[in-house]
Ligand binder design. Structure first.
Ligand code: ATP
Length: 341
């Protein structure tokens, strides 16, 4: 059963339609990420679910209860929703325990203490309960924010760009940590981010958002491997969009023949990921390396193909080609592509 149900949710600010007719289901215990470029309406969607914005149309259902809809609007504190903000928004004058207990003010003292203790153990901060936020590292502060959101055992946890104020190394480690904490808590969570890697690695399912609309929902691998449109293909990861002629389960392009996920015929465009191509240093070269971006575990090459187009190819960093080198680019074995508009 879905823990959260959005149906036809829209929200405008004056003439600007920030969220357009969004329908989305989040299952109990599921970690869903909304991924989209800056300004596409992610935060507005989150704030509408939380109750900080009133939708112009549609309804929001949490745990079977309509929290926003025609003639009904519950304030944030009555929605059983926990929030983790971009800047954590911790109370500086309260201790770690005080911050976590804050949302439990209406509970009996014994229960409040037990929930605070249990949640701080869950995030691994049981030894720092009397510290103040300024005495904590960025990662610890974020765990306090997460504990504060989780302590009242909400039906849904909303996280708005929770890693954006952390440096890259800390981000990756903390991402996994936050995921494990959410899974331990069996929380249903919706995370908003513009970081593809974050969304792909963390979420059970992604909702890709563009100009206020959800344009694709699916498991990360599904969205990556079978993007619903050219835009989605280009937004989630790097991609080559190639023109080709489809004949059944194969498509012929200027880079060679690829398999297709679903049979097609006629003139089409396909999305070929950079790792679906391979290179050979060859006398019959058909491309030249014009740029090489070394990324540690892999290298992204930009090639000028003889047909004139720029082609992106990703290879393990063990396989190095020089800028200016002539190479032969072709489909990697078993590269399966998908049609895009
Ligand atoms: P980012 O990733 O940059 O945070 P976002 O996808 O979260 O962006 P929103 O913050 O939801 O996008 O904004 C969507 C659009 O609505 C933007 O054009 C923004 O300027 C506008 N907007 C957001 N809040 C308001 C407001 N209170 N009043 C007027 N316009 C707003």
């Amino acid at each position: 059963m879905s823990e959260v149900r959005l149906r036809g949710v829209s929200k405008a600010f004056g003439l600007l339609q920030a969220v357009r007719d969004v329908s989305l289901d989040i299952d109990r215990g599921e970690l869903m990420a909304v991924l989209g470029p800056s300004g596409c309406g992610k935060t507005t969607l989150l704030r509408t679910i939380a109750g900080f914005e009133r939708p112009d149309a549609g309804c929001v259902v949490v745990s079977g209860e309509v929290v926003a809809g025609p003639g009904r609007f519950l304030p944030p504190e009555r929605r059983r929703i926990g929030m983790v903000f971009q800047d954590y928004a911790l109370f500086p004058h309260l201790t770690v325990a005080g911050n976590v207990a804050f949302g439990l003010a209406n509970r009996p003292r014994g229960e409040r203490e037990a929930l605070t203790r249990r949640t701080l153990e869950l995030v691994g901060l049981q030894h720092k309960t009397e510290r103040h936020p300024h005495e904590l590292s960025g990662g610890e502060r974020q765990r306090v924010a997460l504990a504060r959101a989780l302590a009242p055992e909400p039906a849904l946890v909303l996280l708005d760009e929770p890693f954006s104020s952390l440096d890259a190394t800390l981000r990756a480690g903390l991402r996994r940590e936050v995921e494990l904490i959410l899974r331990d808590a069996e929380a249903t969570a919706l995370l908003v981010t513009h970081d593809q890697e974050e969304a792909l690695s963390l979420a059970d399912r992604l909702a890709v958002m563009r100009e206020g609309r959800i344009v694709q929902v699916g498991a990360p691998e599904e969205v990556y491997v079978r993007p619903a449109s050219r835009w989605a293909a280009q937004f989630v990861g790097e991609v080559n969009i190639l023109a080709g002629v489809a004949r059944g389960t194969g498509v012929e392009t200027e880079l060679g023949i690829f398999d297709l996920h679903a049979p097609a015929s006629g003139t089409v465009h396909v999305a070929v990921r950079p790792e679906q191509l391979e290179l050979r240093a060859d006398r019959e070269a058909n491309a030249e390396v014009i740029d090489r971006e070394f990324r540690g575990h892999d290298v992204l090459y930009r090639l000028r193909h003889e047909a004139g187009r720029v082609v992106l190819v990703q290879l393990p960093s063990l396989e190095l080609y020089e800028v200016g080198e002539r190479v032969f680019v072709r489909p990697a074995p078993a590269a399966v592509t998908t049609l895009v508009d």
